[in-house]
Write a protein that binds this ligand. Structure first.
Ligand code: ATP
Length: 305
């Protein structure tokens, strides 16, 4: 498959007073890229601009060197799986995907649908009605509809939403395989672990801005090498507090009725040091809870960095 890049140059998009995307520049190439960001970060807006549904307010969005806005020629290279489920339950997967093939005016809709359904491993179930499918099968059917014209670029908005772990794994393998075939695959997610398991490259978007990008390990490092707050329960909180004060990676210790709160300057160093300190001071640690682990707080740290 000929590879096709998606290129965004200084792209902004606003709705009235709301700035949804703010000066984003990125290039996506073949393979799987994860677009990670909290709800409302601007992921859907970005995907819709890439797919040509929405004009950028500023900047350019190009697929294969061509602008996507008002340029139907480019849509041959593009497939979009939107966030919300929309397929008539009374149709079979085959009918649904064939309808998509006809919309694309493909010369042989039947053959194209069969090929796309094969790609997502839905051949066996293709003649059953969609309403009888599991969430994962429905999602794969929608992916088949988006792939029916064999595009080099596939965009998926929160494709793992509502799936159970097994369905998720199946979908992840599938995206991986599609990426290996030379397609440029971009999927959005607000869950760090989803992105970790699938993608080679991660683009982190927060409040409309590109906050970080790189391979997953780089992003993980950025997220863990930041100050962390832990709540610790132990057999002797006071004694542990005293011992922790001497530890270099500890920035602050607070003792109250609910237990011990520790501010650590560095996640890795602290979590490695804690068991040793506890053992040396003869204290048994019962529980260590991250006090500030919401994804939003991690993201806001990344933006501030
Ligand atoms: N049609 C619209 N009119 C006004 N504001 C909008 C519109 N669509 C999106 N927004 C706002 O733009 C910002 C980005 O929204 P967007 O849907 O792109 O984010 P997202 O990262 O996809 O979030 P989610 O995962 O919740 O869909 C949000 O503040 C949202 O409220």
């Amino acid at each position: 498959m000929t590879s096709v890049n998606v290129e965004l140059a200084n792209v902004s998009c606003w709705y009235g007073n709301v700035v949804a995307v703010n000066d984003v520049t990125m290039t996506l190439g073949p393979g799987v890229t994860g677009l990670l960001g909290p709800n409302g970060a601007g992921k859907t807006t970005l995907l819709h601009m890439m797919a040509g549904f929405l004009a950028p307010s500023r900047g350019t969005v190009q697929v294969g060197g061509q602008p996507t806005w008002r340029n139907p020629g480019v849509y041959r290279d593009l497939g979009l799986v939107s966030e919300r489920e929309a397929a008539h339950g009374f149709l079979t997967a085959r009918q649904f995907v064939e309808a998509s093939a006809k919309l694309h005016k493909l010369p042989d809709p039947r053959a194209a649908a069969a090929r796309a359904l094969g790609l997502v491993e839905m051949t066996d179930a293709q003649d059953r009605r969609i309403e009888t499918y599991s969430k994962g099968m429905r999602q794969r059917t929608r992916v088949a509809a988006a792939l029916v014209h064999n595009p080099a670029v596939l965009l998926l908005d929160e494709p793992f939403n509502g799936m159970d772990p097994r369905q998720r794994l199946h979908m992840m393998d599938m995206l991986d395989e599609l990426g290996r075939q030379g397609r440029t695959i971009l999927f959005s997610s607000h869950i760090l672990e989803e992105v970790e398991q699938v993608s080679g490259t991660v683009q982190v978007i927060v409040a409309g801005r590109l906050a970080a990008s790189g391979d997953f390990r780089t992003i993980r490092r950025l997220m863990t090498n930041r100050p962390h707050v832990f709540t610790i329960h132990s057999s002797d909180d006071r004694r542990l507090a005293v011992a922790l004060m001497a530890e270099e990676s500890v920035a602050g210790v607070e003792l109250d009725a609910t237990g011990l709160t520790v501010r650590a300057g560095d996640y890795g160093t602290f979590t490695r040091a804690l068991p040793k300190i506890a053992t040396t001071s003869g204290v048994r640690v019962r529980r260590v809870l991250p006090a500030d682990e919401s994804l939003e707080s991690v993201f806001s740290y990344l933006v501030a960095a």
